[in-house]
Each structure stands twice: as C-alpha cells, then as structure tokens.
Write a protein that binds this ligand. Structure first.
Ligand code: F6P
Length: 341
C-alpha cells in the first residue's frame, strides 16, 4: 500500500512529530510506502511529492515547522482540481491520504472523501478552534510562548509604569488569549467571542495603575470593540476567504494612552507563536495522532479525523469536526473575569 501525507494551512509546532509517527508506523508495522506531498493540497494537485523513508524522519521530532512545507491552496477553487488530484494519486499509485490541518485543510479532506478519495484527517492548529477534539497540537506550545512573553513584558512594564497590550493570534477563537492571559496573570483578556467596551477596559487599566501596578492587556487579533469592526492588516482574501487580521493591539494601546494620559505600548507576538520546537505535551499528542491516523487508514476508515477526548484518541467524522468552530464558551471567559482590573 502507498499512503500520502500532507500538511496544509498555517504551520504549527508538532507537524513533524505527526509525519514521523506516520512514517515509522506505516513502514515498520505495515510495510507501506509513504509519499510526502509538498505544500498542502498543492502537492496532490501538481504531483510534487517525494518518498519518505525512515532516514527522512530521523531527528525531526523536536523540529518546528513542517519538512513537507505548507500552503493555503484550495483545490475546490481550482478548475478541475478534484480530477487533477484523482489522476495524480492514480499516477503515483497512492491509495489513501493523511491530511494534517485545521478547519480549511480538513474541510477539503471531507469534500474529497465525499468525492470518493480516501482521506484521514489529523487536527492541527495553534488556535485550538477545531470542534470534536478537546485539544489540537500546537496550542500548548503557542500558549507557552505567549505566557513567557507576558512574563517578560510584565517586568519591563512595571519598571516604566506603562500599560502593555499583548496581541496574540486567534481569528475567531480566543483560546490562546484566554489561556496565556490566565497563565500570565493578565489584568484584561479580550477575545473575539465577546465584543469589548473600551470604557470598561480603560476603567480596569486605571484601577491597576492606582494600585501602582502596570496593567497587562492580552488581546486576540480577532477581538473587536462593541459596535466596531475587526482591525485588518489587509482586506485581501486567501483561497479560503480569510482576510489578514492584526492591529487591534496598537489601536487599543493608542486609545488607552489617549484616555488615561498614561504611556501605553503594544507588542504583536505574531508568527513567533507558531515557530520553534514543540512542547513535550504537543510532541506526545502529535505522535499519538499520527499513530492513530495510520490505524484508521489500515482499517479503511476514511472520512474521519483522529481526536482527543479526555486522555483517549478516538475517531470522529470529518463532517462533525468541520461543521463549526470551537469557540471559547462564555462561562469559561467569565471565569477569567475575576482577575480583571
Ligand atoms: O494558524 C492559524 C493562525 O494562527 C491564525 O490565528 C492567524 O490569523 C493566521 O494563522 C495567520 O496566518 P498566516 O499569516 O500564515 O496567513
């Protein structure tokens, strides 16, 4: 059997750990040949691939990024895209695919399964916003990076008695903001799920200043002020219809300065959150996902995604996993509000 593997969408620490597990178990346990497709769905569209042997996955467990490259290619936006994938797989003798990705990559995987191509999905995203799994790998690493940044920013903020606004990733879901904000002891956490009142933020900031502390505000890139709109870096849409967000942190820091008369600075963590070596938790989760994806292919169980439920890895329908995003429930956000101000 020949099995293809690809990584799509934004990269994320732990992708190489999944690839390694797929190659090791696929070859050593089942005697398969593994084919690595380059740059997400672009690989099966163009035929850009290479065989992956045991030597290719030595020493990649700890490495960030993806040895296969990634892209946001959408085959359903390419004329005859699905037929091209079908013929590339036939030409290369690939019987099944393991697609590692977030909502967009796995949305394509679901549609391809409906179109008769055997795909098993593996959930990745630092945003942790995929439904049907308790956690995605990459999230723990991103939260660690953001928390470390908050810890560092706190000491400099206190030295200068400034407000520091830390902008983290999260287009539609505020999981990184919530977890890093809680772990870093932020004085305000703002998430896309709950439009915020600038007056209220200013009140919390002032309260913090009164107690001679420097306020730390963690804001997700997709958070928006009440009655306002998301702050965009570019209105241009990618192949999945997403605009580029970014800038809410700077906007908010300026508002805070203007309304409080106190110095305020913004720091955008950006792609730092996606780079570098995965945490031990993410390495283990990614490895287990890879091993279980191989089992699903071996069982001929296509159209499923491997998922974490409690401590167990289970299989869920891709349709269920991609039906809606997993956003932060209001009761979880309200838990954190105890620490605001
Ligand atoms: O991986 C998802 C994500 O982290 C989003 O939170 C963010 O908006 C997006 O990626 C940015 O990715 P890129 O700059 O690669 O388009």
């Amino acid at each position: 059997m020949r099995v293809g593997v690809l990584t799509g969408g934004g990269d994320c620490p732990g992708l190489n750990a999944v690839i390694r597990a797929v190659v090791r178990k696929g070859i050593e346990v089942h005697g398969w040949e593994i084919v690595g497709f380059r740059s997400g769905w672009k690989g099966p569209l163009t035929g850009e691939s290479r065989p992956l042997v045991l030597g290719d996955v030595e020493e990649i467990l700890t490495r960030g990024g993806t040895i296969l490259g990634s892209s946001r290619t959408n085959p359903y936006k390419v004329d005859g895209g699905v037929d091209r994938i079908r013929s590339v797989l036939a030409e290369q003798g690939v019987d099944a695919l393991i697609a590692i990705g977030g909502e967009d990559t796995l949305g394509v995987a679901r549609r391809l399964t409906d179109d008769g191509i055997g795909v098993v999905g593996v959930p990745k995203t630092i945003d942790n916003d995929l439904a049907a799994t308790d956690y995605t790998f990459g999230f723990d690493t991103a939260v660690h990076i953001a928390t470390e940044a908050i810890d560092r920013l706190r000491t400099t903020a206190e030295s200068h008695h400034r407000a520091l606004v830390v902008e983290v990733m999260g287009r539609h879901a505020g999981w990184i903001a919530l977890h890093s904000g809680l772990a870093g002891g932020a004085n305000v956490i703002l998430v896309p799920e709950r439009p915020f009142s600038v007056d209220k933020v200013v009140e919390w900031v002032e309260r913090r200043f009164e107690r001679m502390y420097a306020p730390i505000i963690v804001v997700a890139e997709g958070a928006l002020p009440e009655g306002g709109a998301e702050v965009l870096q570019s209105g241009e849409k990618d192949a999945f219809g997403h605009v580029r967000l970014g800038g809410v942190g700077t906007w908010l820091a300026d508002e805070i300065s203007a309304r409080t008369g106190k110095e305020s600075r913004a720091v955008v963590l950006g792609h730092t959150q996606r780079g570098g070596t995965p945490t031990a938790y993410d390495r283990v989760l990614a490895t287990r996902f890879g091993l279980h994806a191989v089992d699903a292919v071996h069982d001929g169980d296509f159209g499923v995604m491997v998922a974490l439920r409690g401590t167990e890895i289970v299989r869920v329908k891709l349709a269920e996993a991609t039906a809606e995003l997993k956003t932060v429930p209001m009761e979880r956000y309200e838990e954190a509000q105890v620490f605001f101000g």
